[in-house]
Design a protein around this ligand. Structure first.
Ligand code: DGT
Ligand code: MG
Length: 616
């Protein structure tokens, strides 16, 4: 059973690599054939050296001068030199071919892998850490390249040289060949044991490297938190632990190799000794001549070196095996959320009718229930607000619309069609989302605003910046719209980042605009400006606004109040104030006033306060 599994695995990595060599397969196979050819040609020098020595020997025995056989001597010498030059040329070109094919395969796999990662769903990003994915795209892929360029070549090298030499030995003298090769089965046993021992070590080593990269990546991207808490020393210690772990795993892997290396080396060094003993005996009893002995002894390295190399190759192969498993895992992974085969194409704008029909959802396959039987209807062009305590599921709810997640039960429909029936890119192109956690790219402000539509003119970029009340602060920046904002928008305030993110969402002229707490960090005046702009957009758009402030929600056509994954109240601001439920409490809490019959208690002081808070 175990054997079958292993065989399938072996075949699958070969098939996988072979698939990625498309376009270069002929070159690769030619390189392998030429590797075999030049290894057979390694026998040339010892063969002709043997012939020349035999010539001397025969001349010596007959007592004739060597000049009698000068032509043969020169011919042998010329062939020896000429064919060696041919062999060197072949070696040069095969090395180039291996490198060329491996680089192309690497390029292809890396692009494919990146594409795979790009099209994964949210569950994938929850599962894999950035540092681990980076390790797969860099270190692991390099191990794959190394396998194509070096490991496979070395296997062909070693085996072809070993087999060619062994055959040649048998042709020269089968008994001496048998004596010399008698220890090879033992060596193969040792190599097999080493393979087993090193596989596990390489898997551990690879995981430690991934941990190290993840620690470094998280630390660097979270540098501001580290500084804020003055936790540099703590982080240094944490990194040091990962680094030590990695170093120890490296040492452990090397120690495994060092345990087997002396055994392999001893076997390899035994070969000349056996040759000396057996060969010497055979010369004495006349079984072989000096010329044959010379050929044997000049070629003994061609048996010993492949034996030595095999350990090293196995070590590198195990590194490849551990890395390729990680690469192939991503390579063969399938995103859970993709367009259906017969998905509905919808390049045009949606009307904007959004319906949630008894939607339930939980993270981690339902283990963490978040949305419970949600039903709601948002008419085209409406502006609705979603409000509710933190962690009640607001973000999770709106993530169902662009299909970041699919509901476990029920369905979400846009214009009467289940969102999962639409072509995914058409669906998402129609939705402008300003996420709660703003991420800006290391690009100019203009580049960030035009992220969803690179064809946007500069005037349009300015227009959307104006809509989102960002124009003023951008104009004040030294390079205006050309200002580069750093990773995660370093150099901008929270409210400024939110406004750029809003402009970015508006710039694609979405038919559905979703703002997830987008104005939480802006002042009241800016918020009012944004609210007015959203009412004056020059395209039709259904708007869903998640907010915590009553000042944002009160002007909406409808308000959905969420609590513990359910819609607990819905209606207009007035209706909800009348209801005297969660929303009404919130109004009182945020204004510091009391509601009576849906109206805030009137008094001179209170009116003044309300005017100040923008609530009445
Ligand atoms: P907020 O933004 O603080 O006002 O909270 P909401 O209402 O936007 O909450 P939401 O939808 O982000 O989270 C609802 C619950 O789901 C909360 O208990 C945390 C959990 N949750 C959110 N995202 C994930 C996720 O990616 N994986 C898992 N396992 N749980 C999540
Ligand atoms: Mg949220």
């Amino acid at each position: 059973m175990d054997k079958t599994v292993r065989e399938v695995k072996q075949r699958s990595w070969m098939k996988w690599l072979w698939g990625n060599m498309q376009g270069h397969r002929v070159l690769y196979v030619t390189a392998i054939i030429m590797t075999i050819v030049y290894n057979i040609m390694q026998l040339i020098v010892p063969y002709y050296s043997g012939r020349i020595v035999t010539l001397f020997e025969e001349a010596g025995a007959k007592g004739t001068p060597l000049t009698d056989n000068l032509d043969e001597f020169i011919l042998n010498l010329s062939l020896m030199i000429g064919l060696t030059l041919v062999r060197i040329t072949i070696v040069y070109f095969t090395c180039m071919a291996y490198e060329y094919v491996s680089q192309h395969a690497l390029y292809k796999i890396r692009n494919f892998l990146f594409d795979k990662i790009e099209h994964q769903d949210m569950n994938f990003y929850n599962e894999y850490r950035t540092g681990d994915l980076m390790t797969r795209l860099t270190g692991d892929l390099d191990a794959v390249r190394h396998n194509v360029a070096w490991v496979i070549k070395s296997v062909v090298d070693s085996f072809s040289l070993f087999i060619a030499t062994a055959v040649y030995f048998f042709i020269m003298d089968w008994l001496l060949a048998l004596c010399v090769l008698s220890i090879t089965p033992l060596l193969f046993l040792v190599i097999l044991r080493f393979k087993k021992a090193s596989a596990q070590k390489h898997r551990i080593l690879r995981d430690k490297l991934s941990n190290l990269n993840t620690d470094a990546q998280e630390n660097i991207s979270g540098n501001r938190v580290v500084k804020a808490f003055a936790r540099e020393e703590y982080e240094k210690d944490k990194f040091n632990r990962s680094n030590t772990d990695y170093a120890e795993a490296n040492m452990d892997t090397q120690r495994t190799w060092l345990r087997y290396f002396p055994v392999i080396e001893t076997f390899a060094n035994l070969l000349p000794v056996i040759l000396l003993l057996a060969g010497g005996l055979f010369i004495i009893n006349g079984r072989i001549g000096i010329g044959e002995y010379v050929s044997f002894s000049m070629l003994i390295w061609a048996i010993a070196n492949p034996m030595r190399m095999l350990g090293n190759i196995m070590n590198e192969f195990q590194r490849f095996a551990a890395a390729s498993k990680k690469v192939m895992e991503i390579y063969n992974s399938q995103a859970g959320i993709v367009s259906k085969e017969n998905a509905i194409k919808h390049p045009d704008r949606f009307k904007g009718l959004i319906e949630f029909d008894h939607v339930s959802f939980g993270y981690e396959g339902g283990a963490v229930p978040v949305l419970r039987d949600i039903s709601m209807k948002i008419e085209p062009g409406q502006t609705v607000a979603i409000i509710g305590e933190t962690g009640c599921g607001k973000t999770s709810l709106i993530h169902m619309i662009p299909r970041f997640y699919d509901p476990a039960e029920g369905e979400v429909r846009i214009d009467g069609i289940n969102v999962s029936d639409y072509e995914l890119t058409d669906l998402r192109h129609n939705i402008g989302l300003a996420t709660q956690d703003v991420l800006l790219y290391s690009d100019t402000i203009e580049g960030n605003i035009a992220y969803g539509d690179s064809s946007l003119s500069q005037d349009e970029v300015v227009k959307y910046a104006r809509y989102s009340a960002a124009q003023e602060f951008i104009d004040k920046m030294p390079d205006g719209y050309e200002t580069i904002v750093g990773e995660r928008g370093v150099g901008l305030s929270g409210g400024q980042k939110q406004r750029i993110s809003l402009a970015r969402a508006l710039a694609i002229k979405p038919s559905i605009l979703i703002l997830d707490d987008t104005t939480s960090a802006v002042d009241m005046e800016t918020e009012k400006h944004i609210r007015d702009s959203l009412n004056e957009l020059d395209f039709n758009c259904t708007k869903i606004i998640i907010a915590q402030r009553i000042s944002t929600t009160k002007y909406c056509d409808k308000i959905f109040v969420m609590g513990d994954g359910r819609i607990i109240e819905e209606g207009t601001h007035k209706e909800l104030c009348m209801k005297g439920g969660y929303y009404a409490n919130l109004v009182e809490l945020q204004t510091g006033l009391e509601l009576k019959d849906g109206v805030l208690k009137d008094s001179v002081n209170m009116t003044a306060q309300l005017a100040g808070k923008g609530v009445n």
